[in-house]
Design a protein around this ligand. Structure first.
Ligand SMILES: C[S@@+](CC[C@H](N)C(=O)[O-])C[C@H]1O[C@@H](n2cnc3c(N)ncnc32)[C@H](O)[C@@H]1O
Length: 258
C-alpha cells in the first residue's frame, strides 16, 4: 500500500474552481437567451474564460505539487529539512502537519527521532489525523510518530518542550491569529534552549510580514534565538516550472538555533 499525502491544492479547491467556471458558462447561456449578445453577455463570457484559465492553472500546479506527479511538495519538504541544523536526538514538532508528509520525511531522515505533528484539520485540505497515522504506518515510522489536533496560534505544550520545530506553509493559512509574527513566536516558544528550527511560509509577503530583517532582530532580542538565517524566494532555489514559481514567489525559509 502507498501513503496518501494529498495535495496543497485539494480536490475541494479544484471542485470550487470548476464550479465557478461552469456557473459563469451557465450564466452566459442564460443571458444570451434572455438578452441576446448585449454587454452583460460579453462580461459573463469573459468571466467564464478567466475562470477556466484559473482552473487550468490550478490543475497544472496541483499536478506539479503532487507526490505521484511532479513531486514538488516532497522537494519543498526536503529543502526545509536540509536547512534544519539538527542531529536528530530527541523530539521534533511539526506545526500544521497536514497529511503528515513533512513529519514522516523528518522521521525517515532522523532514524532515532520522535516526531509530533499537530493540525487543525479543517475541511479545506481533506487531510485528517487518521490519514497521518496511516501514512506513518505505511512508511514504517508509525511507532515514532504521534499526531494530535491543535491550533498553531495556541500550542498545547509547555514552553521549551521540543528539540526541533518545523512548519511548512501554515502560518498564512491560520485564521485564529492575524499577526503572523505571533505564530512564529508561538512555535519558537515550544523549542528548548539549544534546539533547532526551520520554518517555511510566505515570509516575502510584505503585507503579512513587513521587513524580515527587523523581525529577525526582534526574535534574537526577545525570543532567545541565538542563530537565525533568512532564505528569501525559495521558489528560485528549488526546481519547478515557471508558472508554479509565480504561485510560490513570496515563500521563504527561516532557520537557526535557540
Ligand atoms: C498548505 S497546508 C500545509 C500542510 C503541511 N504543512 C505540508 O507541508 O504538507 C496548510 C495546513 O495548515 C493547517 N492549518 C491551518 N490553520 C491551522 C491552525 N490554526 N492550526 C494548525 N494547523 C492549521 C491546515 O489544516 C493545513 O493542513
Amino acid at each position: 500500500m502507498k501513503a496518501n499525502y494529498g495535495n496543497w491544492i485539494s480536490r475541494t479547491m479544484m471542485k470550487t474552481f470548476c464550479g465557478v467556471a461552469v456557473g459563469f458558462y451557465v450564466l452566459t447561456g442564460v443571458l444570451y437567451l434572455l438578452l441576446g449578445k448585449d454587454t452583460y453577455y460579453y462580461v459573463a463570457w469573459i468571466l467564464a474564460v478567466m475562470a477556466t484559465l484559473a482552473m487550468l492553472y490550478m490543475g497544472f500546479c496541483r499536478y506539479v505539487f503532487s507526490f505521484e506527479g511532479g513531486g514538488l511538495m516532497r522537494r519543498i519538504h526536503m529543502h526545509l529539512l536540509e536547512h534544519l541544523p539538527w542531529d536528530g536526538k530527541g523530539t521534533l514538532l511539526d506545526v500544521g502537519c497536514g497529511s503528515g508528509a513533512l513529519s514522516i520525511a523528518a522521521a525517515k531522515k532522523f532514524p532515532t527521532a520522535k516526531v509530533r505533528g499537530i493540525d487543525y484539520w479543517s475541511a479545506m485540505w481533506n487531510y485528517s489525523q487518521e490519514q497521518c497515522a496511516r501514512n506513518a504506518e505505511i512508511e514504517g515510522v508509525g511507532a515514532r510518530c504521534t499526531f494530535t489536533p491543535g491550533d498553531a496560534a495556541k500550542l498545547d505544550f509547555p514552553s521549551k518542550s521540543f528539540d526541533a520545530v518545523v512548519s511548512n506553509f501554515v502560518y498564512h493559512e491560520v485564521r485564529t491569529q492575524k499577526d503572523k509574527f505571533m505564530l512564529v513566536e508561538e512555535t519558537l516558544r515550544t523549542l528548548k534552549k539549544g534546539g533547532c528550527f526551520a520554518l517555511q511560509d510566505t515570509f516575502g509577503d510584505k503585507d503579512r510580514y513587513g521587513r524580515m530583517e527587523e523581525f529577525l532582530d526582534y526574535l534574537k532580542e526577545h525570543d532567545e534565538i541565538t542563530e537565525i538565517a533568512y532564505v528569501p524566494n525559495i521558489a528560485r532555489r528549488i526546481s519547478m516550472p515557471f508558472p508554479v514559481r509565480l504561485m510560490l514567489r513570496d515563500c521563504g525559509l527561516i532557520y537557526g538555533k535557540k
